[in-house]
Design a binder for this molecule. Structure first.
Ligand code: GLA
Length: 384
């Protein structure tokens, strides 16, 4: 039993007595490449990672849902499934669970009351999808408790609806699908239009290193939603259903008709889709030099065309790129405006690269950054 599972079991027993009926675990994810392409019906290449959220739950005979945050000094909140489920500003940590149950009910699921304890190891605001993993774990636990028979993909779709319709973040489906459908030892090349997930084996000697910049994303839903609206506007001007259907020739031909910001946003998405497909091939072939070039181009495009990076993160990426050299690469990962940087390199480079980061980068508090060495892990599952 992992320390996190022991922790959530003990917290559950202390709060509610006895043991949960089930514990669902859902991992966080790191996106290797393909940023802000998912809601444009495009391609992404994430991997589920070892950090995770656990949701321990036991069915209740009534319609009450009691939630304990095992990580937050035992904070608790409750609500009734027969009343409209609303966000709770005084227990905002519970809103992802509330949103998931809201989305499940809206989707026709017959839920049951439950006692629930939640614990997790994903740093919040780091671009590693703590919220998606919380929603997916919640969906999986209630799926088991109420015998709903939902597939992992169905849970991912509902988790996305929870964020879009309840939390107000108009996100795509990447984080939820990666958390639900991840495969050990593999990244997933996801077609966000069809939701087809193609596993791409991670080469044995390839290390995934994640450096947390220490710049915690604040409330960036506004900036995220604005980028999405700009992409939708560009697609409309180009006369396509989504930017997935556009190419650079179409974009250039429409330059005069597009607002310059929308032009730049669309250029990022169109080129990033191409890079993501190329990166899937490079990963498959174990071509680390090509992967590194694609990651560098992706970061530059996020910086210059999509405007979602920050100067300290640009410097951290450059530091990593210099330390890694030609065999591998680095880029900011996730929605942007802070969070983490992902680096791929041969395993034997990891020690030297970590030394360079520790020597050359400090978080806004003046500390050394937290560095995670990760493996591609399996998607959502039930522990008990
Ligand atoms: C966030 C969203 C995802 C995706 C990324 C950017 O993580 O939740 O849907 O859009 O940003 O790639």
């Amino acid at each position: 039993m992992t320390p996190l599972e022991r922790h959530v079991r003990e917290a559950f027993a202390a709060a509610f007595g006895g043991a949960p009926d089930c514990i669902a675990r859902a991992p966080g994810r790191v996106n290797l490449i393909g940023e802000h392409t998912d809601y444009n019906d495009g391609f992404v290449l994430p991997a589920a990672i070892g950090v995770e959220t656990l949701v321990a739950a036991r069915r209740r005979p009534d319609r009450q849902v009691n939630i304990l945050a095992a990580d937050m000094d035992g904070a608790r909140t409750s609500f009734d499934l027969d009343q409209p489920i609303l966000p709770d500003p005084s227990h905002s940590w519970s809103n992802y669970l509330r949103g998931m149950l809201f989305a499940m009910q809206a989707g026709g699921s017959e839920l049951c009351g439950a006692d629930v304890a939640v614990a997790g190891s994903i740093p919040r605001g780091s671009g590693l999808s703590s919220s998606a993993s919380f929603c997916v774990a919640t969906g999986s636990a209630f799926n088991a408790l109420a015998g709903l028979g939902l597939s992992a993909t169905a849970i991912a779709r509902l988790a996305q609806a929870a964020e879009c319709d309840f939390v107000g973040m108009r996100c795509g489906i990447m984080d939820q699908l990666a958390s639900a459908c991840g495969q050990e030892g593999h990244a997933l090349l996801i077609d966000c239009r069809t939701l087809a997930c193609e596993p791409v084996a991670m080469p044995q000697d390839l290390a995934i290193v994640i450096v947390q910049s220490g710049i915690v994303r604040g409330l960036v839903h506004g900036a995220y939603n604005e980028r999405r609206a700009q992409c939708e506007q560009a697609a409309q001007t180009l006369g396509v259903a989504a930017l997935r259907d556009a190419d650079m020739a179409m974009l250039k031909a429409a330059k005069e008709r597009l607002d310059p910001l929308c032009f730049a946003r669309a250029r990022h998405v169109i080129t990033e889709n191409d890079r993501t497909l190329a990166a899937g091939k490079a990963l498959n072939a174990g071509d680390l030099a090509a992967l590194g070039r694609l990651m560098a181009q992706s970061h530059a495009s996020m910086r210059d065309d999509f405007a979602i990076t920050l100067p300290p993160i640009d410097r951290l990426v450059e530091l990593l790129q210099d330390a890694i050299g030609e065999k591998g690469g680095a880029r900011m990962t996730g929605g942007g405006f802070g969070g983490a940087v992902v680096a791929l390199m041969q395993s034997d480079r990891v020690g030297a690269v970590i030394d360079s980061v520790n020597a050359g980068y400090r978080t806004p508090n003046g500390d050394r950054p937290t560095i995670m060495i990760e493996q591609a892990s399996a998607g959502v599952s039930l522990l008990a």
